[in-house]
Write a protein that binds this ligand. Sequence first.
Ligand SMILES: [Zn+2]
Ligand SMILES: [Zn+2]
Ligand SMILES: [Zn+2]
Ligand SMILES: [Zn+2]
Ligand SMILES: [Zn+2]
Ligand SMILES: [Zn+2]
Length: 452
Amino acid sequence: MDQASSSLTRVKRRASQDAIVESSRKRLKEDVDDRDHVEALGDTTFMQELADELQCGCCAALVYKPVLVLPCQHFFCGSCCVLWIRNGGTNCPSCRSVTSIATPYRALQGTLDTFLRWAPHRARSERERQQADEIYSGNNLRIPGPREASPEPNINQNTDFAQPCPHCSPGNPYGWVCPQPIPDPNMDPDHAWLLDEGDPPGHARCGNCEIMLALRAPTTSKCDMCSVSFCGINVQGRCVAASLPAQQPHGLGDIGDLIECSFIYDCFDGNNVEVEIMLDYLTAQRLTPKHIYREIIAHTQSQPRGFRTLIGRNIFSEIHGAVDTDPDIPRSRICRLCAAEVFFAGLKDWWVRERQKGFLEPNVANRKDCPHGEACSHQKDFGHAREFNHIFMRNTNAPGSGPLPALVPLNAGPSVPNVAPETLPPALDVREGSITSAPATPDFRDAIDTFL
Ligand SMILES: [Zn+2]
Ligand SMILES: [Zn+2]
Ligand SMILES: [Zn+2]
Ligand SMILES: [Zn+2]
Ligand SMILES: [Zn+2]
Ligand SMILES: [Zn+2]
């Protein structure tokens, strides 16, 4: 069929559809007394309007497993939001306002379920749902903060070609010159490097400000977790993969950032009571996220498997970069985003160790251990979480890399059931805190902070 006749068919089909609509309108007029019919049409309009309201701001289809972006309250498919973050999104995909979290939108999911019971034909296909489920698992999504833009974006720049890096010109002020400089597309268009070909030899983009950098320049640093390089030139303190203990976890400047970051509730299996206990403790002890981060780093380095456990859990590759999983690679530098990942991955275990120091109020410390253990599904329940302890000591110093670290109840005593003495590790690991971390006096920690 040639194009003309195919479009003619389309027109014809349209015409016949119009005829159907027209005839049904006519029938409706005639049947105006038929209440059911009128209501049915009302439903259709209503359902259409509702479907419009339930549309994802990213893919424009009926939203699937919605997440709510806070505080602007736009919602999207969880999978759309993950793809947005993976593609470098650092704000709300719809209004671009600042956000750090997208959280499962349970209230809307309820509306959606009801809607789909009445309009099942609007549901996504099995395959589409499967694909979305592979991308988004239903948890809170932490949205990384905005990266600093380069100070002076040149609007005249042709975005098809690579721009020279700060080290490319022989007269640059940084004391090092690129052996393979990138030709300036404005001066030497014939030799300009087409960005479609990938990064120019010896160069990459800064993981923070996104300018071209020279991989071997002395100012360049590379994150040993996500393999992304940083220019060390544009934005002080941000365009850098720092040594592990010196890095500042992204978006976690002070305890206020932590309180506002609902992601920490995920670190505690939804046990909000325990999170509140910890936040009160951190506030009273004046502990900053960076203190905690440094102790997590020190603890991780003291473990036989070092960072291999975290790398095995894929925490670094999720948002950006590609991780070199070679176990023998030295891990000495880290970027701000990876430092934040380390922080969240280690926060709960840090808290388990910190509690051993005995600073908790007796009414908190003396609660009975929950018989369901640390994975108890009732700990989301406020009353239950207040009544029972759900934080259990992990014996992480066990030699080798056994399948699972042994669990030892925190308040281990004669009342603990089902734990035969021979299954207990040789010693309760209470001394570990004093070995791997500083005493919990604020003065001492502040002194370290100043020192770093
Ligand atoms: Zn979507
Ligand atoms: Zn928004
Ligand atoms: Zn260069
Ligand atoms: Zn940079
Ligand atoms: Zn990194
Ligand atoms: Zn429980």
